[in-house]
Design a protein around this ligand. Sequence first.
Ligand code: ADP
Ligand code: MG
Length: 255
Amino acid sequence: MSLLKVANLGKSFGGNRAVDGVSFEVAAGELLALIGPNGAGKSTTFNMVNGQLRADTGSITLDGVELIGRKPRDIWHRGVGRTFQIAETFASLTVVENVQMALLSADAKLYQLWRRAAMHRRDDALALLAQVGMQAQADRPCSELAYGDVKRVELAIAMANDPKLLLMDEPTAGMAPKERNELMALTKRLVVERGLAVLFTEHSMDVVFAHADRMIVLARGRLIAEGKPAEIRDHPKVQEVYFGTGKTFEKKVAA
Ligand code: ADP
Ligand code: MG
């Protein structure tokens, strides 16, 4: 049974139908890629699932519970996590302190002094860091980390609330190809080991084809294709919206 069910989802901005009757499902233990050209409605879809935006039409259920109309924090508490870029203000904290802050927030002790965070659930934070291969760097300030390592810490932070579904909007933006593949391989490991469901967007098609279990494709707010990477690669509608007729992903990559 699917964890997340999105049915007939719609959102307009003025006369612009940013998301137009979109339906899809995500199962536990599945890494689902949402792709589509710029302006296709990917971020709008994400923001309706996490409650930042309210849908005009349709239904979004998590384990059968309707999410539309709920506040972002309620949705987060119910198990929909998302990756955030580490805020500038937290860059001076160490790696492990950043994860401890996230654990505090998950415990709803948001306003405790961060000094006290230094005592709070350090072992839990270290365990989360171990899952993303960052335990050895726990006591370094985040500001000193390589970009790819910051992304790993962001993933550990997103896991602090033990989400059932993780939303990642362009998680590998700004990363080199090798780092992109490493981050997605790590994400895939969390999907398999924890039965996590992940919905992510990604621009690099080779990254998507290499790591996604399944893909859905949006164009101008509509879902135009759905399937396994091999099926999407050869899908005529997908080829058309990305490259115009007659071209393929392979030719684009070779160009
Ligand atoms: P994607 O993430 O696929 O690039 P978006 O979901 O950001 O696409 O945008 C889909 C469409 O909705 C675009 O035409 C965009 O200009 C429009 N849009 C997105 N957010 C807003 C907003 N807050 N106000 C007005 N229009 C928006
Ligand atoms: Mg976007």
